[in-house]
Design a binder for this molecule. Sequence first.
Ligand SMILES: Cc1cc2nc3c(=O)[nH]c(=O)nc-3n(C[C@H](O)[C@H](O)[C@H](O)COP(=O)(O)OP(=O)(O)OC[C@H]3O[C@@H](n4cnc5c(N)ncnc54)[C@H](O)[C@@H]3O)c2cc1C
Ligand code: FES
Length: 486
Amino acid sequence: MRIRNHPIIEFRERKKIPFFFNKKKVFGEEGDTIASALHAVGVKKLSTSLRYNSPRGFFCGIGKCSSCLMRVDGVPNVRTCIAPLREGVYVEMQDKLADLPDAVFVGDPKKKIETDLLVVGAGPAGMCAAIEGAKHGVRVLVVDENQFVGGQLIKQTHKFFGSKQEKAGTRGIVIAKELEEELRELEKKGGVRVMTDSTVIGYYEGDKKHRFGVVERRRDYSSVLYEVDCDSVIIACGAMENMLLFPGNDLPGVYGAGAVQTLMNVYGVKPGKRVLMVGAGNVGLIVSYQLLQAGVEVDRVVEAAPVIGGYHVHAAKLCRCGVPIQTSRSIKEVYGKEWVEGAVVVDLDEEWQPIPGSEEKVVCDTVCLAVGLTPAIRLLSQIGVETEFIPEAGGYVALHDDSMQTTVKGVYVAGDSSGIEEASTAMIEGKIAGLSAAMLLGHKRRENQKLLEQYHKELDKLRGGPFGEKPRAAKNKISVLMGKRR
Ligand SMILES: Cc1cc2nc3c(=O)[nH]c(=O)nc-3n(C[C@H](O)[C@H](O)[C@H](O)COP(=O)(O)OP(=O)(O)OC[C@H]3O[C@@H](n4cnc5c(N)ncnc54)[C@H](O)[C@@H]3O)c2cc1C
Ligand code: FES
């Protein structure tokens, strides 16, 4: 299942890491997560459904859905898709409700951190926000629950469109490296502190400042709790992949497109041998092409809408490789005993209803869902920020003004958490939020105002054209609703 030959990424054999799965010794590679190491040795079933007694695998691959929870070295409910693999760990399936940990950890007293600006999430939005804030003299703490910074960029091997300022023509993985270098340079100078493997778990009443709980995961899978007090916060938690309802949608082998991209392009592991892709938006088209690059067969792409939603340049590449893209077609069910053995697709009528008799069997071991994203706003809701359902933004989003400030003073939002778009716009929104937070904290110089105007112009330019229609509509609605709150 390991990818060794890839046209863009060099996947050299890394140091072997022995560990135990259900008492059996297996080997992963240095840099793996527990789930990627298991997948590489052919283990797709990670748990059993408590209710239906059916096998379960992982779905999102980025720590957002809880379908990969396992017991690791006696610690229950570990999200194995983001937990780094350590030598000799004991991984077990958790086929019952999680019980208390076997392991006894020496309790650390709660630690405290005080900072001017907390940035939650180190994807393109969070990294740009942190860089901008630190450049303008603000003390910044960036927290990300992944072991790497970069968010979704670390798996995007394709070159970006958009403007020169937002690195058009550069691959996502390269942009992630460049932003990390800039961030680490500022960290060396003391303006920024970066905490990875750490999750912001909640918002608490502070005296005068905003107070957050942060859990840092240690090498032995135990955790340290921090109390973080800050004057301002930027929430850049990204988005969650959408699921579709159909029989068999919880079988191991039904994955979100982002999970498949992570497995292949970050950990060098193939998701399976033959894939059915559901959804012909940009994500579905791009990930299909990346599957081919990794040496995985793509049977076809089915799309419920009558037209292809993504850029035609991506669709054309797939067609040239002989992958059919079938519109007005969707998935009806997935079958298999322990994991996916095949799927049934069906034609849809003008009302998007299945047409009886048009069913067709597709032999595949992987079904990949690329059917949209939902903004991650749980933390924002808990803070008490006002939210609204805006379909064009992908679901409920936090209301915010032009400076990305929400209805709670000092609480900003940026990137996919503020409405689903793409990495280029996430980067500028991050810059706007970072600079605006710095200005609120007293760094109000005339040139900062000018810089802010320039960022807004860049954002408008990126949202121009037919593909910007949806985000433009979303942001207009948000702006009107925000105006009414004032
Ligand atoms: C499969 C897929 C393919 C895509 N392809 C493209 C493409 O081709 N071109 C393009 O422009 N865009 C693409 N996108 C969209 C693009 O990746 C996103 O728009 C962009 O990454 C959004 O940036 P962000 O910083 O808002 O969020 P993300 O990049 O998702 O970063 C959010 C970060 O927040 C962290 N986080 C979340 N919650 C917490 C918490 N509570 N505590 C600590 N950390 C937390 C996460 O670990 C993550 O690192 C794709 C997205 C997906 C899912
Ligand atoms: S949380 Fe691990 S697969 Fe979703």
